[in-house]
Design a protein around this ligand. Structure first.
Ligand SMILES: Cc1ncc(C[n+]2csc(CCOP(=O)(O)OP(=O)(O)O)c2C)c(N)n1
Length: 489
């Protein structure tokens, strides 16, 4: 099939399946797709975002997928370009997000002949679904890679009518059947991880204590739970989503006599099938649970520190706002120190918990929201600077917790080993304020809770705050100290 016709057929099919968000990175081999997409955008049929860096593009797409719960396609040229989608593709695989990679390729006959920008793109990601050519199938779950071989001529006279008479085709969910959850005897607990389905109503009806990795998802969750969960004694636990943040909560789960998992992605959540029972959708409760109380007093953290900043941000976010939280300390500080509340929608890349692509994901989410915030560490910030190149008209307040390196390592067993700063702490000494300025972005420096609080009003544009933090060692000591102050009963 001629390249232009192939590209037009594919883009038309995507639009007919309701896929209207595309993130394009420039190239020659994918020119037929780029031109078709530009035409479709001109006709108001798609939103076309352009990112020069494919890694950024794919994480930006993940953000849009998270915010809209619809598949998003990323489009790139051949060679290393497509390999730059790998981190986001893996993240999509582990969090079941419908990222669709449309990679342009050279014709198969050119492989292994030394032809320019030609490699083996067949099943490059080694996970998700792979299709070569236009006999693909679109899905609503998990990532898909569609590789399209384009031969010369790449450009031909565009036919205007290729987008006429569109007809809608539905992407169908596989129906999951509702099962029964027979409430066991003894003390039970609900643990809410990230990326799961909303189990608030289920937890309310069950009436047992709830601890949540994201305290902003459930106002009745118990504060500071990750700081004491390992010391609890329970008989059974219902785990919703994946718990990836604290060793303490995972050790509590492993001690329970019976573990019930609620997650549509059970095969990735509990691959060893160690759970007593796995539900792929919220089950119906049969029986009633033993009543018992678990509570802990909220510690008000004064002074300027990472835990205090996390608590301040969580408390002051306007109702109705969206928060993206980066991996490493930011998400753990939120878990450990935020007062549980409702009214804030929280996102994080917990599929593989990378510190890559975090700014891009946050920007993708913010591109679909009116009041978005993101909290990232300084290494996560530096890791994804190309996210700052193309900003469109996105409203986001990005808060960078700057502790000049990887603060989490000072809280882990490797703290203080010989060579710690060189091989774990990795101070960079860069001026993040100047870096943000160099991208033409409005930037503020924050050194106290009062200025932080006043920064957390709804964004009107994309702007950055650099939160200059005390050193990483004193932060680790403070976290230990706060854990000792937790009072639970
Ligand atoms: C892509 C990737 N590389 C490396 C890691 C390992 N890692 C986990 S946390 C971390 C340090 C992150 O530092 P920063 O973003 O500044 O946050 P902080 O630890 O200071 O809170 C690193 C390197 C990772 N999760 N992802």
């Amino acid at each position: 099939m001629a390249s232009t016709e192939l590209a037009q057929r594919v883009i038309r099919d995507f639009i007919e399946h309701g896929i209207t968000e595309f993130v394009l990175s420039p190239g020659s081999r994918n020119a037929p797709l780029a031109i078709a997409l530009y035409e479709a955008e001109r006709q108001g049929l798609v939103n076309l975002h352009v990112r020069i860096d494919e890694r950024t593009a794919a994480f930006f797409a993940l953000g849009i997928i998270k915010a809209t719960r619809t598949p998003v396609a990323v489009v790139c040229t051949s060679g290393t370009a497509v390999a730059n989608y790998y981190p986001a593709f893996l993240e999509a695989h582990h969090s079941d997000l419908p990222l669709i990679v449309l990679s342009a390729d050279r014709p198969a006959r050119l492989r292994q002949t030394g032809a320019n920008q030609t490699t083996n793109q067949i099943n490059l990601f080694n996970c998700g679904r792979f299709f070569n050519g236009d006999n693909y199938k679109l899905h609503k779950f998990g990532p898909t890679h569609i590789n399209l071989e384009f031969d010369e001529p790449l450009l031909s006279d565009a036919k205007e009518e290729w987008l006429d008479n569109l007809s809608t085709k539905e992407l169908h969910d596989e129906d999951a059947k509702v099962e029964n959850f027979e409430v066991p005897t003894g003390k039970g607990l609900v643990v809410v991880g990230h990326d799961g389905i909303d189990v608030s109503e289920f937890a309310d009806s069950l009436g047992v204590p709830v601890i949540s990795e994201n305290p902003l998802s459930y106002a009745k969750a118990i504060p500071h739970a990750s700081l004491f969960s390992a010391q609890l004694d329970i008989d059974w636990v219902v785990v919703a989503g994946r718990t990836t943040l604290s060793r303490s909560t995972n050790s509590l789960i492993s001690k329970a006599k019976a573990v019930f998992v609620i997650d549509p992605r059970a095969s990735k959540v509990d691959p060893k099938r160690s759970a007593t029972k796995i539900f792929s959708t919220i089950p119906q409760i049969i029986g009633s649970a033993e009543k018992w109380n678990l509570s802990s007093d909220l510690i008000k953290i004064d002074g300027w520190s990472e835990p205090a900043a996390a608590q301040c941000i969580a408390e002051n976010l306007p109702n109705g706002s969206t928060l993206y939280v980066a991996s490493s300390r930011p998400i753990r500080d939120l878990e450990a120190f935020a007062a549980p509340r409702a009214g804030v929608e929280v996102f994080a890349n917990r599929g593989l918990a990378g510190i890559d692509g975090n700014l891009s994901t946050a920007l993708g989410i913010a591109s679909k929201r009116e009041s978005a915030f993101a909290v990232v560490g300084d290494l996560a910030f530096l890791h994804d600077l190309t996210a700052l190149v193309n900003q469109e008209k996105i409203k986001l307040k990005l808060l960078v917790i700057n502790n000049d390196g990887g603060g989490i390592f000072s809280t882990l067993p490797q703290a203080g080993v010989a060579g710690f700063e060189k091989i774990f702490g990795t101070p960079h000494g860069r001026d993040l304020f100047e870096i943000a300025k160099a991208f033409g972005l409005p930037v503020t420096e924050i050194n106290d809770l009062k200025s932080l609080k006043s920064f957390i009003s709804p964004p009107t544009k994309f702007e950055i705050a650099i939160l200059q933090m005390p050193d990483r060692e004193s932060n680790a000591a403070l976290i230990k100290d706060l854990a000792k102050r937790v009072n639970y009963r």
